[in-house]
Design a protein around this ligand. Structure first.
Ligand SMILES: [Zn+2]
Length: 232
């Protein structure tokens, strides 16, 4: 992937996130490592919505969270991204957002149950960050989020939002959408009460393998990218 292709995919990912329940005014951000330079990453600028990224307003930051290129302002919560990239070389893309149902589940503090297909992705695979409701504006706070994430792809940030760590941009975006979907369904079931018995762990593990495949993430991302561009 060229730097231009990475930037374009980041811009399109923002359109998809805005359309799929991850919008909260100008809050929330997404980043991707610069191809060939894993110590740098492109990121959505501060003061713009997910759907307002352009080739000209993206900023480039390093693993200390400093802006090294770009004229637009940098998000003060850059440290969620830089600290995750620092300790997770397997991760290429990070999202932080405040989707309604995920924020509700983060506050309940209960684990995600295998009550729907998207939820299978998160059974026993969630980190929990419970240190503060405040913005993550310092390195040590970002390191706390990265520590809470551990080896997982999602960390629930109590009463605040979520951080997603993706192997690719497609992986991060589709995982974020599946998480919000899983949380919405879980809240519906908990409100109704008395669900049937869950399927056995082996059955859930089989589905986990299928829905976490990178080719499946890419297929679904490309669909969402086509859909959002048709609508616009
Ligand atoms: Zn936030």
């Amino acid at each position: 992937m060229t730097p231009t292709e990475a930037k374009q995919k980041l811009i399109d990912a923002g359109l998809v996130l805005e359309a799929e329940g991850h919008h909260d005014m100008t809050r929330g951000h997404i980043s991707v490592r610069v191809p060939g330079k894993p110590e740098l990453f492109y990121m959505k600028p501060h003061s713009y919505g997910f759907d307002e990224m352009t080739m000209d307003n993206l900023v480039t930051c390093n693993l200390e969270g400093e802006k090294v290129e770009g004229t637009a302002p940098r998000h003060s919560e850059v440290f969620i991204h830089s600290e995750i990239f620092k300790v997770r070389p397997d991760i290429t893309s990070v999202i932080h957002s405040h989707p309604d149902h995920a924020v509700a589940v983060s506050t309940l503090g209960r684990p995600i149950r295998a009550w729907s297909q998207p939820s299978a992705l998160f059974v026993d695979r969630l980190g929990w960050f419970t240190e503060t409701i405040d913005l993550i504006r310092r390195k040590d706070q970002g390191a706390g989020v990265a520590k809470a994430l551990g080896p997982h792809s999602v960390v629930m940030m109590k009463s605040h939002g979520i951080a997603i760590a993706g192997r690719t941009i497609e992986d991060a975006v589709v995982t974020g959408i599946m998480l919000e979907n899983a949380c919405r369904i879980q809240l519906l079931i908990e409100s109704a009460g008395h669900p049937l018995k869950e399927f056995p762990p082996d059955d859930i593990a089989l589905l986990q393998d299928k829905i976490t495949r990178l080719d499946q993430m890419a297929v679904n991302f490309e669909y969402l990218r086509r859909k959002v561009k048709r609508v616009r």
